[in-house]
Each structure stands twice: as structure tokens, then as C-alpha cells.
Design a binder for this molecule. Structure first.
Ligand code: PLP
Length: 347
């Protein structure tokens, strides 16, 4: 069987899939409760005509996005989570064994999408302040560059000027993954028409609280969007998810509430973690990375046994004993700090 496998997928492992029953503060989603857009669509009963296919390219959602960002619907490609649109990007541009450069540490699935599309993946370490090494990122032999800002799992934003230097300095496509863009001040989404090689990806999974419905999109210039659209699997986004995403764009109260909670709670939770003796890294997103003084895998396991799951990154280079938690509501964060204090005391 081994010999049948495509060379680039031989070393793949299954993705993170914890079986633990616990409060989930490990996936950086919005924890302020359900987005009312779900209720609007499912209970106020839009006639979805499920016997008919959805629009192959989610035209209505693309129109709604165009309105939100003052762009054109043909600037957008919509997919089943931003994971699908990341996959489409590599599928569209990578010939076998072509190289993709990404900063390290960053989002694990970027490497996955490169490999399942037959590409090679190489990383450039972030500087000690977790900012980009621009020169090294501009490796001349690479076909594509991908980075996310705010960066997952470090939680900081890259300097906009650095990202711009990378976009301008690279010949091929550059993907800027803005999965947490709703929490940041800088974004490239309004500038996609200014570059011939910029693709910005976004998601409804985080700030919009719709991770379970799988809706994501990319914005790019119309020429690239047209090429990418042809590679997307038609109908990949179902009608229910498309309708909920449109409703979520129209009613922004939920989004704003989530942003407000994060803005209020970020400093409090950071201070609480610092008071408990952890090294806490600056966050410009809805999650915080911090370093434990004890082995982080065991720390996460003990916290999970007390009912709260956060994510361990402690085995990764440069992130020794680092863990990441979602920023919750006041109530959730208080519970988190209480349980962490217990873990510390029992160590
Ligand atoms: C969560 C996340 C995504 C995945 O988004 P989906 O739309 O749920 O597929 C993409 N990129 C980064 C950096 C993320 O953290």
C-alpha cells in the first residue's frame, strides 16, 4: 500500500482530533454564544428548495461580500471553510514539487494543503519578537508564499509594511490568511485590486461564530479570482450555510459583541495569567499564547481533566512549553484562571 501513495502525502498524519469532553478553549472560535443568523435562517423558515442545487459559485454570498467590502462580486471565491479556498489556491497554481514558503511557527494546515497538492513546503523562522524575516521569506526559488496575520498560534499581527514588501517582492501568488482579521486593525482585503498577486482569505468560523457551518472566502483581483473560481468544486458550499453567512453579514450585532468581549477581556486574561507566573505573549487576536514552567502537554492534560481544554504547542520548535487559549467571556476566563490555579497548586 505504501508504494501506492503519492510521494508528498506519505508522511501525513491525522489532524488534531481530541476525544476529551471539556469546555473547548482550544480552537480560537467565538465563545459568546450562538450567532442569531442561524435562528433567522433555520426557524424563520426561508424556503431553501433543497431539491435544487445551490448556486455553483455562491453568487448571493459573493454579492453580499462585495457590498460589505465595496468590491465586486467577481473579486470573491467562496468555499466550504477558508480551508477549501486555501486548497483551491494551491490546486490552481502548484505544479508537482514547486516550493511554497511560509513563516514558522504558523498555522499547521498550510503545510497540509501544500502537500496534498503535490508541492514542497519550507519555512522561515520568525524573529524572536515573532515578526517576519522579510529577506529570507523572499526565497527566489519559491512559487508561492503563504502567511497568516494575526498569526496563529503566536497571536500577534505582522507589520503591514513587511507583508507589503513580501507581496511586492515576490513574483508568484502570495496568500495572506486573515482568519482572525475581524480582531485586527490592519487588513489587505480592501487592496486586492492594487496587486496582481495578492490573495486574502477570510472565514466565518472565528469572529462570526459559524465554524460548524464551514464558510470561508478569498478576495483577490478579478483576473486571479476568475482563474481560481474555475478550479473550485461547483456547489461546494451548501444552501443552509450560504444563507446563514449572508444573514450574519447583514446583522452585525453579534460580531460587534464578540469583538467587544475580546477587547475587554484580552488584557484581563493576560494579566491573570501573568499573575499566575506564566510568560504571556502579546495578543492582537481572540486567543493568547503563553509559556508554562512545567511540561506543557502534562499541564494541558491536567487542565482538561478539570474540564477545560486548551491547545498544547510545546513540542514545536521555538514554542517550548507554549500553550494557546481562546479568550473567553469574563465568566469563562475566571473559570479558566481558577482551574489553572488549581493545577499549579497540585503540581
Ligand atoms: C481557523 C483557521 C482557518 C480555518 O478556517 P475555516 O474557515 O474554518 O476553514 C484558516 N486559517 C487560520 C490561520 C485559522 O486559524
Amino acid at each position: 500500500m505504501e508504494s501506492w501513495l503519492r510521494e508528498t502525502v506519505k508522511d501525513l498524519e491525522l489532524y488534531y482530533n481530541p476525544k476529551i469532553k471539556a469546555i473547548r478553549m482550544d480552537t480560537s472560535v467565538n465563545v459568546v454564544g450562538a450567532n442569531p443568523a442561524i435562528e433567522t435562517v433555520l426557524h424563520e423558515g426561508a424556503n431553501l428548495e433543497a431539491n435544487q442545487y445551490p448556486s455553483p459559485y455562491s453568487d448571493n454570498l459573493r454579492k453580499a461580500l462585495a457590498e460589505k467590502y465595496s468590491l465586486h462580486e467577481d473579486n470573491f471565491v467562496v468555499g466550504n471553510g477558508s480551508d477549501e479556498v486555501l486548497d483551491i489556491s494551491f490546486k490552481s497554481f502548484l505544479n508537482p514539487n514547486e516550493l511554497v514558503i511560509a513563516p514558522y511557527p504558523s498555522y499547521v494546515l498550510h503545510e497540509f494543503f501544500v502537500k496534498i497538492n503535490g508541492g514542497r513546503f519550507a519555512t522561515v523562522d520568525l524573529r524572536p519578537d515573532f515578526q517576519l524575516d522579510v529577506e529570507a521569506m523572499l526565497e527566489p526559488s519559491s512559487k508561492m508564499i503563504i502567511l497568516c496575520t494575526p498569526n496563529n498560534p503566536t497571536a500577534n499581527c505582522f507589520k503591514k509594511a513587511d507583508v507589503q514588501k513580501i507581496i511586492e517582492g515576490h513574483e508568484g501568488p502570495v496568500i495572506v490568511d486573515e482568519a482572525y482579521g475581524e480582531y485586527a486593525t490592519d487588513s489587505f482585503i480592501s487592496q486586492v485590486d492594487e496587486f496582481d498577486n495578492l490573495i486574502v482569505t477570510r472565514t466565518f468560523s472565528k469572529a462570526y461564530g459559524l465554524a460548524g457551518l464551514r464558510v470561508g472566502y478569498m478576495a483577490t483581483n478579478k483576473k486571479l479570482a476568475n482563474a481560481l473560481q474555475k478550479v473550485k468544486i461547483p456547489y461546494s458550499l451548501n444552501k443552509v450555510s450560504e444563507a446563514v453567512a449572508i444573514a450574519a453579514l447583514q446583522d452585525t450585532a453579534y460580531l460587534q459583541k464578540g469583538q467587544q468581549v475580546i477587547n475587554e477581556q484580552r488584557a484581563k486574561l493576560s494579566a491573570g495569567l501573568q499573575a499566575l507566573g506564566f510568560e504571556v505573549f502579546p495578543s492582537e487576536s481572540n486567543f493568547i499564547m503563553f509559556r508554562t514552567k512545567v511540561p506543557s502537554a502534562e499541564f494541558v492534560a491536567r487542565l482538561a481533566a478539570k474540564g477545560i481544554l486548551i491547545r498544547d504547542f510545546g513540542k514545536r520548535r521555538l514554542l517550548e512549553n507554549c500553550v494557546r487559549t481562546t479568550i473567553g467571556t469574563e465568566e469563562l476566563n475566571t473559570l479558566l484562571l481558577t482551574k489553572i490555579r488549581e493545577v499549579n497548586e497540585e503540581w
